[in-house]
Design a protein around this ligand. Structure first.
Ligand SMILES: NC(=O)c1ccc[n+]([C@@H]2O[C@H](COP(=O)([O-])OP(=O)(O)OC[C@H]3O[C@@H](n4cnc5c(N)ncnc54)[C@H](O)[C@@H]3O)[C@@H](O)[C@H]2O)c1
Length: 242
């Protein structure tokens, strides 16, 4: 069976660890060339070295337009173009609304919302040159419900779903699909449960990040050719509240 991503090229932000690392591994396993875009350069380079010549690391701070331009240029010079963007990088923040500051809110929005916005702007010309592409934005359950002390994070993840839909509408004529994945609680550095916080409901466990990475990879693939402008929740059923 041919690899699903043979001849395809992807940028995965926040690809050096956690769920992003699993997305990079899954794409590379299925024949994709990948640019890891992260601020964790040592981790990103180590992963790229491990995975071989079809994976490279780029220092990409998603808040910096010039880093985006460099990452797209690298994808094109190293692999000949760009087909897939996974906007996975984010920062997590816990703070009650009454104690939150505008400066801290701005920091969260900068990475989690402005980052994907800049990413979409940066990749579209390269995707148009290939007659299409797929963009996957990683939102969160906090982007469809919320929790105490999650104001800044939740705002960023809800807004990312709005960006997803607008982009899907505007880019459909360019053959570019745009979707969001909403993971539940993952066993990564970011998760409050990993750090000893509340117990997840639904399947009564945290997800291994590879489980939700598979959903992002599906949305990135041609298997999702008729999935556009929507959200896929991957939460083990915890939204049902049991
Ligand atoms: N962990 C969870 O329980 C959970 C739940 C729902 C959604 N998510 C989402 O999944 C995605 C991956 O999170 P994770 O759990 O793997 O967390 P993580 O902290 O392990 O990974 C986040 C990655 O983003 C990178 N990053 C942060 N700021 C960046 C910036 N300015 N530019 C580039 N890269 C930057 C980090 O260096 C890191 O590699 C995030 O979008 C997160 O919001 C996580």
């Amino acid at each position: 069976m041919p690899y699903r991503f043979e001849g395809k090229v992807a940028i995965v932000t926040g690809g050096a660890r956690g769920q992003g690392e699993q997305i990079v591994r899954a794409l590379a396993r299925e024949g994709c060339s990948v640019v890891i875009g992260d601020v964790l350069d040592d981790l990103g380079k180590n992963l790229a070295d491990e995975l071989g010549e079809s994976v490279v690391h780029a220092h990409l701070d998603v808040t910096a337009p010039s880093d985006w331009a460099d990452a797209v240029a690298l994808a094109t010079s190293a692999f000949g173009g760009l087909d897939i963007l996974v906007n996975n990088a984010a920062v997590y923040r816990r703070q009650l609304l009454e104690d939150e500051t505008l400066a801290e809110l701005d920091k969260v929005l900068d990475v989690n919302l402005h980052g994907p916005f800049l990413g979409i702007q940066a990749v579209v010309p390269a995707m148009r040159a290939r007659q299409g592409g797929s963009i996957v934005n990683v939102s969160s359950l906090a982007g469809t419900t919320s929790y105490a002390a999650h104001g800044s994070y939740s705002m960023s993840k809800w807004a990312l779903r709005g960006l997803t839909r607008t982009a899907a509408i505007e880019l459909v004529s360019s053959g570019i699909r745009v979707n969001a994945v909403l993971p539940g609680n993952l066993r990564t550095t970011m998760s409050p449960t990993t750090a000893g916080g509340e117990t997840p409901t639904g399947l009564k466990r945290q997800a291994d990040p590879s489980e939700t990475a598979n959903v992002a990879v599906f949305l990135a693939s041609d298997d999702a050719s008729f999935v556009n402008g929507t959200d896929v929740v991957a939460d083990g059923g915890s939204l049902l509240g049991w």
